[in-house]
Design a binder for this molecule. Structure first.
Ligand SMILES: [Zn+2]
Length: 639
């Protein structure tokens, strides 16, 4: 019934199959608000986001895994305005004191006790990074398979392009906040001047994000930077419980090679007191949103509007609490766990895994018949397909309470301590990340989240990922006939698998290394075939903007679409051949199972682009406009 409602049966499917399949979709699925484009994908995505919000808003229960209970507790603490008001500034002042104080607030400073390395390490343990940013990630394909350290320039309080103009509002903001905190320094105005000047110098050291990076050792960095990174990092790994320690010879990625010499000079010429003030102010800046809202609202909004050019903060508390919790990447495992428990049919994991095998088989069969490849290249292609690894649904360890809880052991979820909860979340996230440093990469590690409505192929890992959130209608349903599931999630699987052999995927071998693994002759013929696709898609008109599809830009996605639909249709026919009979058709639609396959394969792309601006943006997209994703791959399909 749903399928029929989306169709425009007035149109002859042979004239315009997309209009035939999707012509009525937008009437049945009006966008929730004014949008420049809206499609089936967006709709499912919105539903998933709404469900996640409901899950976070659910009252914590003793039946929840401890980590889940904590997240729900944090949400409660965020909407508990009375609790936040009652605690006032105390939790922040306590933290500042523990980290060595805030000279211009306390009115005192012990110059001899202050050591910038120790201070940086202590702030960092709590998730505050005033002078640089970092990450612990896998390195490049030529690095040993261990988690490495990445050093990045800091994110300051105003973006580079707004810094100069924002300075007056920034200074006003600091002055107001210091007043609200009852600053005791007798030289406050001068202290603030020093601080603003220091922030400006830091900003001058930054480079645009496209800046190059350098792989180097910590002993090399020691010569460049007055901060002793090996020491600072080892304090973190030790606190995380890991036995790994950085050595002078340990390599890492420096994404801020432009930054260090200027930073050194700046630290050398700046008063220790100003450095201490800046670090403490950075903490206040980053956590002021977790203090009593009424007290700081006007100061914050004055800054946000005048310096950052953004809309004032505030509005619906519940909405902003949910937004802050759902945008925190460190909380993803808990959110995924809740989602999978409540909304995911765990059998889908097995079924989708089986479908990946069916489609892999179908791809391999097709490869047997590719005439333009020589035997050795064909064999190599076969081996690569056979070696593709798969992530389906969610990582298994999410469902093991002990493992999930251990990841959040330092996070608190008290229902009335929002500030402390937030800082504990950051501290926990830092600790978990440093626990990983130097660790061998786990084969089971997920690089995507279960709640993403999408699917992926990663060439450097030779791995496809089908997250839990895409395993739902119209892509998949356990009660649907197989032709609908093959047309939906089967098509998606085929698409991702084909990415392993698209114009960039073909440059990576079965282990994800960038090497040539096809013969030059086969590659040459591949390029010829690929050019056919470029020319074909170039010829598709986009009258809305008086232009046409960019065949080169969209080549990889077009190849994936074309391959995906062939592979999944043939996998479906193999399934039927094994079954020995056709599946029942659908009531109300006078169509064969094969026709229904193609109808659903088109309907997953139903949607509408409303404005010319959106169409133009569409032309810069690596995916072809939705109607051509359907037309192109179907007109090329011999089936
Ligand atoms: Zn793709």
């Amino acid at each position: 019934k749903n399928m029929k409602a989306n169709m425009n049966t007035q149109v002859n499917p042979c004239d315009n199959f997309y209009e035939y399949a999707c012509g009525n979709w937008i009437n049945n699925n009006p966008p929730p608000r004014q949008m420049s484009e809206y499609a089936s994908f967006y709709k499912i995505n919105n539903e998933v986001r709404d469900n996640i919000k409901k899950l976070i808003m659910t009252r914590p229960s003793s039946r929840d895994a401890v980590a889940v209970r904590k997240l729900r507790g944090i949400y409660r603490s965020c909407i508990n305005i009375q609790g936040i008001d009652r605690r006032g500034d105390k939790p922040m002042l306590k933290l500042l004191k523990r980290l060595g104080g805030f000279p211009m607030l306390d009115g005192s400073f012990n110059k001899r006790k202050f050591n910038v390395n120790t201070a940086v390490a202590n702030y960092m343990t709590n998730g505050f990074m005033p002078f640089f940013d970092d990450a612990v990630e896998r390195g490049g394909p030529n690095d040993p398979p261990r988690k490495m350290y990445f050093l990045v320039q800091p994110r300051l309080h105003m973006p580079m392009n707004k810094f100069r103009n924002g300075l007056p509002a920034y200074r006003t903001f600091i002055t107001k906040v210091m007043g609200l905190l009852n600053a005791k320094s007798t030289t406050l105005s001068r202290d603030i001047d020093d601080l603003v000047r220091f922030a400006t110098s830091l900003n001058d050291l930054l480079a645009p994000w496209t800046a190059r990076n350098a792989k180097r050792t910590f002993s090399e960095l020691r010569r460049l930077s007055s901060l002793n990174f090996a020491r600072i990092i080892n304090i973190q790994t030790k606190k995380s419980g890991s036995t790994f320690r950085v050595k002078p010879s340990t390599a890492f990625y420096d994404y801020a090679p432009h930054y260090w010499s200027g930073f050194n000079r700046l630290i050398k010429r700046t008063k220790k007191e100003t450095i201490a003030n800046y670090m403490a102010w950075d903490l206040v800046y980053n956590t002021i949103g977790y203090l009593p809202e009424r007290k700081y609202k006007s100061a914050i909004n004055n800054f946000v509007v005048n310096a950052l050019g953004q809309y004032p903060r505030g509005g619906d508390r519940s909405y902003s609490c949910l937004r802050s919790l759902t945008s925190d990447k460190s909380l993803v495992p808990i959110v995924s766990r809740m989602y999978v428990d409540k909304y995911f049919d765990k059998r889908a994991k097995t079924i989708a895994s089986e479908m990946i095998e069916d489609i892999r088989k179908s791809f391999e069969d097709m490869l047997q018949n590719v005439q333009w490849m020589d035997a050795a290249s064909r064999k190599a292609g076969y081996d690569k397909a056979a070696a593709i690894k798969k992530d389906v649904g969610y990582p298994e360890e999410l469902l093991v309470d002990a493992k999930l809880n251990a990841k959040f052991s330092k996070m608190t979820g008290w229902s009335s301590a929002y500030y402390a909860n937030t800082v504990s979340t950051w501290r926990n996230s830092k600790r978990e990340s440093f626990k990983q440093l130097g660790m061998t990469l786990s084969k089971d590690e997920w690089h995507i989240t279960a709640t993403t409505v999408n699917a992926f192929y990663e060439p450097s890992l030779n791995r496809i990922s089908i997250p839990a959130a895409i395993l739902q209608k119209p892509f998949y349903n356990k009660d649907h006939p197989k032709y609908l599931n093959f047309a939906g999630i089967g098509y998606v699987i085929g698409h991702e698998l084909t990415h392993g052999f698209d114009n960039s995927g073909k440059n990576y071998d079965l282990n994800g290394n960038r090497v040539q693994w096809w013969s030059s002759e086969t590659l040459r013929k591949y390029q010829q075939k690929a050019n056919c696709f470029v020319n074909q898609y170039n010829s598709f008109q986009v009258p809305e903007v008086n232009s046409h599809v960019n065949g080169k830009l969209t080549l990889n996605e077009n190849l994936a679409d074309n391959g995906g639909i062939l592979e999944s249709f043939r996998a479906y026919r193999t399934y039927i051949a094994k079954l020995g009979r056709e599946e029942p058709t659908l009531p109300g639609l006078n169509l064969t199972p094969n026709q229904l396959f193609y109808l659903n394969s088109a309907q997953v792309w139903c949607g509408k682009v409303f404005t010319a601006a959106a169409w133009r943006r569409n032309l810069n997209e690596v995916h072809s406009p939705m109607r051509y994703r359907v037309w192109g791959s179907l007109m090329n399909s011999p089936d």
